[in-house]
Write a protein that binds this ligand. Structure first.
Ligand SMILES: Cc1cc2nc3c(=O)[nH]c(=O)nc-3n(C[C@H](O)[C@H](O)[C@H](O)COP(=O)(O)OP(=O)(O)OC[C@H]3O[C@@H](n4cnc5c(N)ncnc54)[C@H](O)[C@@H]3O)c2cc1C
Length: 344
C-alpha cells in the first residue's frame, strides 16, 4: 500500500496550488490527473485583472489575494526554472463614451488604473473613445502546469490516469483507492465534480469559453489589449484572443458559431489584418454565486473539495489553496463565503 496524507484529484491550477501548499507544509500528497487537453487551466490565458466585469468593480478580495498569488508564482518560477508570472498592463479600450465615464467614476484614485498620456497602437486598434491602463499580470499556465507536473513526477507524487470513482473506498477516517491509502481525498477536478455522486447539492453554473489563437502581423507588445475581446501575447508571437461565455452548450469542443462571435469582436477591435491559427475551448467550473467552493462533504469528512474558481482561477487559487491548507493542517476556520456547506 502507498500511503499519503492527501490524495488530490486534478492538476489544473486548483490541484497545482493545493498540492504545492501542502507539500510546503511537509505533507505527503499524491496527485491523480488524466491530462485532459482542454481542461479550463490548459486553455485559459492566465490573466489577473484587478477590476472585474463591465462595471469595472474592484475584483473580490484583490488586495489580499494578489500578494499571495504574486509570491507563490514567483516561488514556483524559481523552483521550476520557467517564467510563470509577468506583471503587465491591460490596455483597456473604451467601447463607448458611457463605458469611459463608468470606468473613470469607478476607478478614480484606484492604485491599479491610470489614463495614458497618449494613445498607443493607433495603426492596429479602433479606439475612438480612448483607453485606460490597468495594472494586472499573467500566469503562464502553458509553462507552469507541465513543469510542475514533472516536479511531481520526480517526487513520485503523480499518477497520470483517470480516477475511477467506483473504485474508491471511503470511511470517516480514510480513503482507499486501489493501492493508495490517504487521510483525505480532495477533488480539484474542475467541471469533473459535476459528474461525481458526492456533491449533487452544489448549484454549479459551468460555462464554456472559446478562444482563437491569432497572428497579427506587425503587432508587437507585452501588453494585454482588451475591448470586448481580450488579446494576450503568447511566447510564440501569437495572440490568445478570447473568450466567449456560453451557459447552454452540447459539448466542450470548439464551434463554428463561437468562432463567428469571436471574429466579430476582433473586427470591432482591430483595424489591421489577422489570421486565425487555432481555436480552443474549455468549460469553466463556476458556482451560482461565483465564489470558490471549498471544504468537506457533510457526511463524509474524508472527502474534500477545492473548486468553483470560475473565471478567476489564477488570481484566486494561490490564496484559497493557502487558506485551505491552514484549515487542513492547522485547524483554521474555513471562510464561510467559500464553504461548500452553504449548499447543503
Ligand atoms: C476560455 C477560458 C479562458 C479563461 N481565462 C482565464 C484567465 O485569463 N484568468 C483566470 O484566472 N482564469 C481564466 N479562466 C478560468 C480558469 O481557467 C479556471 O478558473 C481554472 O482553470 C479552474 O481550474 P481547476 O483546476 O479548478 O479546473 P481544471 O483546470 O478544469 O482542472 C481540472 C483537472 O482535473 C483533471 N481531472 C478531472 N477529472 C478527473 C478524473 N476523474 N481523474 C483524473 N483527473 C481528472 C483534468 O484533467 C484537469 O487537469 C478561463 C477559462 C476558460 C475556459
Amino acid at each position: 500500500m502507498r500511503k499519503a496524507d492527501y490524495l488530490i484529484i486534478g492538476q489544473g491550477i486548483a490541484g497545482t496550488m493545493l498540492s504545492w501548499h501542502l507539500l510546503q507544509a511537509g505533507k505527503k500528497v499524491i496527485v491523480i490527473d488524466d491530462a485532459k487537453p482542454n481542461s479550463a487551466s490548459r486553455v485559459a490565458a492566465g490573466i489577473i485583472n484587478p477590476v472585474s466585469g463591465r462595471r469595472f468593480e474592484p475584483a473580490w478580495m484583490y488586495d489580499q489575494i494578489y500578494p499571495v498569488a504574486k509570491n507563490t508564482y514567483q516561488q514556483l518560477s524559481d523552483l521550476l526554472q520557467v517564467p510563470v508570472f509577468t506583471e503587465r498592463a491591460l490596455w483597456t479600450v473604451f467601447p463607448s463614451a458611457q463605458m469611459r465615464d463608468a470606468f473613470l467614476t469607478k476607478t478614480t484614485g484606484n492604485e491599479y488604473t491610470e489614463l495614458p498620456a497618449a494613445l498607443k497602437y493607433e495603426t492596429f486598434l479602433d479606439q475612438p473613445y480612448g483607453a485606460a491602463v490597468v495594472n494586472g499580470a499573467t500566469v503562464n499556465l502553458r509553462f507552469l502546469l507541465p513543469a510542475y507536473r514533472r516536479y511531481l513526477q520526480v517526487q513520485e507524487a503523480l499518477l497520470e490516469t483517470h480516477l475511477d470513482v467506483n473504485a474508491l473506498e471511503i470511511s470517516p477516517e480514510k480513503v482507499i483507492y486501489k493501492d493508495i491509502t490517504a487521510d483525505k481525498i480532495i477533488f480539484c477536478d474542475g467541471v469533473g465534480t459535476t459528474a461525481l455522486p458526492f456533491f449533487k447539492e452544489i448549484k454549479f453554473l459551468p460555462n464554456k469559453g472559446e478562444v482563437l489563437l491569432v497572428k497579427i502581423p506587425g503587432l508587437e507588445t507585452a501588453d494585454i489589449i482588451k475591448k470586448g475581446i481580450t488579446l494576450v501575447p503568447q511566447e510564440n508571437g501569437l495572440f490568445w484572443a478570447g473568450s466567449s461565455f456560453v451557459w447552454d452548450y452540447e459539448n466542450d469542443l470548439p464551434t463554428a458559431k463561437q468562432r463567428e462571435v469571436l471574429e466579430k469582436s476582433l473586427a470591432q477591435l482591430l483595424k489591421a489584418p489577422y489570421e486565425v491559427v487555432e481555436q480552443l475551448s474549455a468549460v469553466r467550473p463556476s458556482g451560482n454565486d461565483r465564489r470558490p467552493i471549498v471544504g468537506f462533504h457533510p457526511s463524509f469528512p474524508a472527502i474534500g473539495l477545492f473548486n468553483g474558481l470560475g473565471t478567476k482561477g489564477c488570481s484566486l487559487a494561490p490564496f484559497m489553496a493557502a487558506h485551505f491548507r491552514d484549515v487542513l493542517v492547522a485547524d483554521a476556520p474555513l471562510m464561510p463565503e467559500i464553504d461548500v456547506q452553504r449548499y447543503f
